[in-house]
Design a binder for this molecule. Sequence first.
Ligand code: TEU
Length: 545
Amino acid sequence: RDDLPWWKSATGYQVYPRSFCDSDGDGIGDIPGIISKLDYLAELGIGFIWLSPVYRSPMRDNGYDIADYRDIAPEFGTLDDFDRLVAEARARGIGIVMDLVVNHTSNEHDWFRRACASRQAPEHAYYIWRDPGPDGGPPDDRTAIFGGPAWHWVEAVGQYYFAYFSAHQPDLDWQNPDLRAEIHDMMNWWLDRGIAGFRMDVVSLLGKDVDTDRLEEGPYLHEYLQEMHRQTLAGRDVVSVGESWAVTPRTAPLYCGRDRGELDMVFQFNHVSQGWDETFGKWKPKPFDLVRFKRVLFDWQRALADDGWNSLFLSNHDLPRQVSIYGDDGRWRVRSAKMLAIVMHLMKGTPFIYQGEEIGMTNVAFERLDQFRDLEIEGRYAEMMAQGLAMEDFLAGANLSGRDNARVPMQWTDGPQAGFTTGTPWIEVNPNHAEINVAADRADPDGVSANYRTLAGLRRRMPVIVEGHFAPVAEDDQRVFAYTRELDGERLVVIANFSAEATGFETPDELVGEGECLITNVAPRTAIEPRLNLAPYEAFALRYR
Ligand code: TEU
C-alpha cells in the first residue's frame, strides 16, 4: 500500500547510547559504537532507531537534561559522528529518531545561566519564575518527580524557578512564543540533517499552567502541538511519538487523531502502572494480574482502532526488564521472552524493542545503594524511608522496578564487561552476561533474537499484522492472552499461555480451524482444536486457511 506511512510497518528499536556500545574504552557508550552495531540491527529487521538523548549535557539525568540542543555530548562523539550515523543507518534502511526533551533544559544551558543573571535578559522569560509566597518562602509546596521541592530560589533575580523533575532540570515556559519559536527552529535544524522524526519527552506537560496547577494535559497543550506540527513536522515524511504518563484512551485521539495535525502516536503507560501500589507506587508492585493487564491493553486497541495509532512496548530506559516483570527470568526465560514479543508485536500498532530485550536481558540484583546511578533512586530514597519503607524493601523495590535495570550495559559477549567496553563501565554489567549475550543468542536458531527477526519480517510482509482489525478473545481468562486480527478476509489468531503452568483453553467455536503457523515458541501447530493444551508460556500465531 503506497499511502501507508512507513512507520506503521516498521519495527522500532530504542538505543540508550550510554549503555549500548563503547568504542573508545572510556566506559561510556558512544555514537561510533552504535555505528559499529548497525549491521546487527539491520539483521534484526528494524526500520528505525529511537536514540535516547545524545545532546551536550551534564548527564545528571543521563542526557534528559540538555545543555546545548545543537551539539553532541563529547563523551558520545561529534556532530560529524552523528551525521555519519544518520547516513550509515539510512544506507541500511534504518531511520534515526531523535529524543526531543523540551519540557525542561539542564540548569547548565546558556539560556538558564542568562535567565538567572538578570530579569531583563530575554532568556529569563524562557523559564517559569514566581515571586516568593506571602511568608517569603516558595510560592507553594509542590514537589518534584525525582524528590524535593519543585521551586528553587535564585538570589540574583530574587525569584523562584519551577523544576518539575529535579532542580537540575528547570522547566521551560511554553507560554512564551519566542521560546516556542526557538524550539521549532532547533527541530527544523535536526530534521534538515535527515533524521526520521522525534520521540517527544513528557509531551503532555508542554501546555501546563502552574498557577492553576494544571500541569499534565494543561490548557494550552494541543494548541502548542498543532503549532509545532505546522512549523516543523508538516510535509515531512517523519514519525512523531509523544511520551506521556498522563494520556488515557479517552485523550489519546487528541494527540494522534488523523485530523488533529499533532503527532503520529503516543507512548502510554497505564499498562505499566496498573501493577503499582497505591502508596508506594512502583517501589512496591502488586502481584501481576493478567486480566487487569489485558483490560488496559485491549482498551487501547479499541480506543485507537480506526483513528490514531498505538505504540506497542513493555520496556524502555525508565522501566525494568520485561522478562523479569511479565515473564520468568529463570527456567522459562527464553520461552517467556519470546511469548511477550509475540503477544505485543502482533497487536495493532508500531512495536518498539528496547536494547537487550531482543536477547531476553533480565533485571540486575544490586546489593548496595551505591551501585545504583539513577538520580531517581537517590531522590526517592529519602522520601520512601520517611514514608516508613524499610531499607531492604527499598532495595528490593529498586531491584525490581528501578530504571538502572534497563541501563546496565548491553550484553554483547561472555567476555570481560560483556564486550560493552574495554575500560571500566559507568555502571556495573550484569554478571549473567556469561550466559545471556548477543553472541550466544544469535548462534542459536531458537534464540530470542531469532523470534524478533521473524516478527519484524512478518510485519513487513503481512498487511494484516499492520492494519488488520483487532478483536480480543477470552478477556477474562486469567492465564491466556488471546486475540484475532482480520483484514480483507485474511484472519490470524494469537494465543499465549501467560503462565508457568500447562494450561487448558476452551477455544471459542469461531476460532476452531486449520491453518499455517506463522510463529511459535514451542512446536508448530497446524490446527486450533476445541480444547487446547498449552505448554508453559507457549505462544503462537496461526493464519487460517
Ligand atoms: O520520563 C518521564 C517520566 O515521567 C519519568 O521520569 C517517570 O516519572 C519515571 O521514569 C518513573 O520512574 C522522561 C524520560 O523518559 C526520563 O528518562 C527522564 O528522566 C524524564 O522524562 C525527565 O526528562
